[in-house]
Every structure is written in C-alpha cells, then in structure tokens.
Design a protein around this ligand. Sequence first.
Ligand code: KIV
Length: 291
Amino acid sequence: MKSKITIPKIQKMKAGGEKIATITCYDFSFAKIVDQSGIEIILVGDSLGMVIQGEPNTLPVTIDQMIYHSACVARGLTVPHLVTDMPFMSYQTSLKDALQNAGRLMKKGRAESIKIEGGVEVAELIYRMNRLGIPVMGHIGLQPQSIHKYGGYKIRGKTFEEEKTLLEDARAIEEAGAWGVVLEGVPREVAEKITKRLKIPTIGIGSGPECDGQVLVLYDLLGLDPEFQPRFVKRYANLFETVSQALNQYKKEVKEKSFPANEHSFRKNLIDAKDKFHTRNALPRAKGANG
Ligand code: KIV
C-alpha cells in the first residue's frame, strides 16, 4: 500500500524538482479512483457550486455543503493530501467565524488543509490559523470569489502594477505560514517569477508549466461538459460521449426487453447464502496517516 502524502512530502517535492499533481473531487466514487492514481493532492473545490450544483459561480456555496462533500471524498481516500476550500463569507466576517468554520471542515469534513482566496488582506488570518494547527493553502491571481469586484473571470498580472501586487501577495502568504499557494489565471512569466521567489510550492491553473504543480477541475479533464473548453483545460477523456452512449444503449435494451437478462435476475430456487444483493465498502486508511 502507498504511504500517505503529507505537507512535508509535498514541500520536499518542490525542493527536489518533482512536479505536484492536484485534482478537484467532490464525491466518494471519484475519490476512490483518484486515490489509486498517484495524484498527490485532492482539492474539494468550491467549484462544486458550478459543476455539481449548476450555479453560475462559486458564491452561493455554503460551509455545510463543503463539509458534506469533503466528508464524502475523505471516505474514499487513503493516500492523497485532502485540501478543502473555505467558501465565500465563511472566513471574511471575523477571525472567530473563520476559525470555527475551518475547525468544522477539519473535524466533520476530515479536511487535512483548508484553502482560502486572497493575498496581503488574509495574511493575518493565515498566520493565526497556522499557529493554531490549521494548515492553510493560499489562492491568488484570478480569485473566483471576487468575480464581481474584478468584473468577471480575468487573467491577473498583466500590468506592471498587478504583477507587483501578486508578488507582494505571494510573499505575504508565505511569510504568514501558508504551506502552498494556488496561482490561478496568471501569465506564465509572472507565475514563473513567483514560483522562483517562494520556498513554498505553487500549484497553477492556467498559469503555465513553470509552477511547481498543476491543478484542474476533474470534470473538465474528463470532458463531462462539451460546451466548456477554455484554453487552459486539456481534455484527457470524453466522458460526455462515453456516458451518453452507455445511457442510450441501456435505454434501448430496457425498451427491447433484453435487460435485465437471466444473469441479472435472482431465481427463487437458486439463491444461496453468498448471493448478497450488493455490498460496498469504504477504503481502509493508508499507513502513515494519522487522520
Ligand atoms: O474551486 C476550485 O476548484 C479551485 C481550483 C480551480 C483551484 O479553487
């Protein structure tokens, strides 16, 4: 069995020049697949507002929903490090609210780290959380929780002023004690500069190959939505097509009465003790995990 990925192991990967693979995930079944993939970090992102809930952005997502999805993912994991997003207004209102909500994400949602968006303005909060034993990942550049402030999903760091702000934000987060930082929608040259200046790993999305690691939204990588094809996403599968074909075949067989066949049915006189209706089990925890 592979051993549990921890924050010190992830930080050593940066030092050793090994890239860090990260993927979002929102449920138990996909978590089990990610678990055996060798991917180091699994992020329960508030992007679930869009890909699971069908909302136009991440703003409506609540802390209770994040706890629910984080716990579902945690039940399928033995190896990757589990990071869970703190949703909009779960950490901005007061230090007390932020600590209580982060605590609930870790206790009930089994998060091993939490991620918050922001730079200099959240540095004090990161410092307090880290000192109290809550590992924090930062998130700068395009910050989806601030789309209304910036007028949409826009690349950050194009101008000299924006680049300077990003470098200050990155430094402030690192000095406050964040163990890593997501760089979203940052020009490649700027992301490279930040990555070189920081000791903590940078995990990029739409920020070029020089980042210490990459993150993608699982459903984008799997090609679940044929209408969503931004430049920064590479589709590694076309699950929309695969799932559609499977559903069409299922419907056809139900209509023509070829499913269920004999082998999918229980016969009164042929049921023995081993013939359980079904059994599904959660995975055992990985060796070396304390959680
Ligand atoms: O919510 C999310 O999925 C994220 C990643 C895109 C980094 O924050």
